[in-house]
Design a protein around this ligand. Structure first.
Ligand code: DAH
Length: 339
């Protein structure tokens, strides 16, 4: 019997467990009523009398040893669990790579925000348009050479379905569906059949503004443009208007701003003139108002349109237009995600 006790002692001393369930299983195996240690206690009554004292003592030692061992295993496991739970919840997480806004979106949003401070609201129209909204309603005669100014992608001929060549088509959409006062800004993508190069692309972005009300005069357009130019390019910016021609405005003008790269001194960018052209504008031709169902005797208005890529080039000096649509993340990463 003493030998049995000794063997069991050795086994218990080397016990190990890696989970709470395992410790419980060991407790049952050795210490429960039917466990191995209890079984030895049961054998105790068969021990020879002269050994009873010694065996009793050893049995008690064995029981204590087993109880201590099981408790130690339990303790050990809960310490380990605690160690694993020492997560610092106050630590900031690993930084996620954040995307940046596309420079065209940044500039478009900035232009929209300047005009919205003047009370303009956003209007949108379809990119796939009919001839009437893009040309006819805007006073382009059927055989007018002005149609040749803009090489058009046709989807279907007679009736003509085409990709809009300018956002002025949104003007005709809004004027046929609303009566003045109209004060809208129309951002959007436009398409022209151009060979792709550093300076031209077959699609780009424009923003159109249209203001129609009673007594709108040319002064309103010049003041709006001056405000826009200064908000966009800084308070020192100067503007100048040159007479021009657009079928849908009369009179028409093109606006230049003092070159924001050389400050008007003359540089390569402004071809040493000190001025750079940024948009077209004018008073909405009465023919356009009438064909859209607005009484041109009661109402007048101005319109203006600009290329977003051009403004972006001036702000960020992107030399090659193709960069805007190549999705090269090294290029896109250069722009702040602030807006
Ligand atoms: N639609 C013209 C273009 O695509 C730009 C433009 C010029 C728009 C004068 C206007 C305007 O509203 O008044 O070149």
């Amino acid at each position: 019997m003493l030998e049995k006790i000794n063997n069991l002692k050795g086994v218990i001393e080397s016990l190990n467990a890696s989970s709470v369930e395992e410790v419980e299983a060991l407790r049952i195996k050795y210490l429960s009523k039917k466990g191995e240690v209890s079984a030895l206690f049961n054998d105790f009554r068969n021990a020879p009398n002269e050994q009873k004292r010694e065996i009793g003592q050893k049995l008690n030692e064995l029981k204590n040893l087993a109880t201590d061992k099981i408790n130690a295993l339990k303790e050990n496991l809960s310490n380990k669990l605690e160690d694993e739970c020492t997560i610092d919840l106050t630590r900031t997480s690993a930084p996620l790579p954040l995307g940046k806004r596309h420079p065209i979106s940044l500039v478009r949003n900035e232009i929209i925000s300047i005009f919205s401070r003047l009370g303009f609201s956003i209007a949108e129209g379809p990119e796939i348009e009919d001839d009437w909204h893009v040309f006819s309603a805007l006073n382009f005669a059927a055989d007018h050479p002005a149609r040749d100014m803009q090489d058009t992608f046709f989807i279907q001929r007679s009736p003509d379905v085409l990709l809009r060549t300018h956002t002025s088509s949104v003007q005709s959409r809004i004027m046929t569906s609303q009566q003045p006062p109209i004060r809208i800004i129309c951002p959007g993508r436009v398409y022209r059949n151009e060979a792709i190069s550093a300076r031209a692309h077959c699609f780009f972005h424009q923003i159109e503004a249209l203001y129609i009300d009673k007594d709108v005069s040319f002064t309103d357009v010049t003041q709006t443009l001056l405000y826009f130019a200064r908000e966009m390019f800084g308070q020192d910016t100067k503007i100048r208007l040159r007479p021009s021609y657009f079928p849908f405005t009369e009179p028409s003008a093109e606006m230049d701003i003092s070159c924001n790269i050389c400050g008007g001194e003359g540089c390569g960018f402004c071809k040493h003139t000190g001025w750079v052209e940024i948009l077209g504008c004018g008073m909405v031709d009465p023919n356009v108002l009438e064909s859209c169902g607005i009484d041109s005797k009661e109402y007048s208005g101005f319109a203006l349109g600009m290329g977003v890529e051009r403004i972006t080039n001036l702000k960020y000096r992107v030399k090659d237009l193709r960069m805007f649509s190549e999705n090269d993340v090294r290029f896109l990463d250069e722009f702040e995600a602030a807006h």
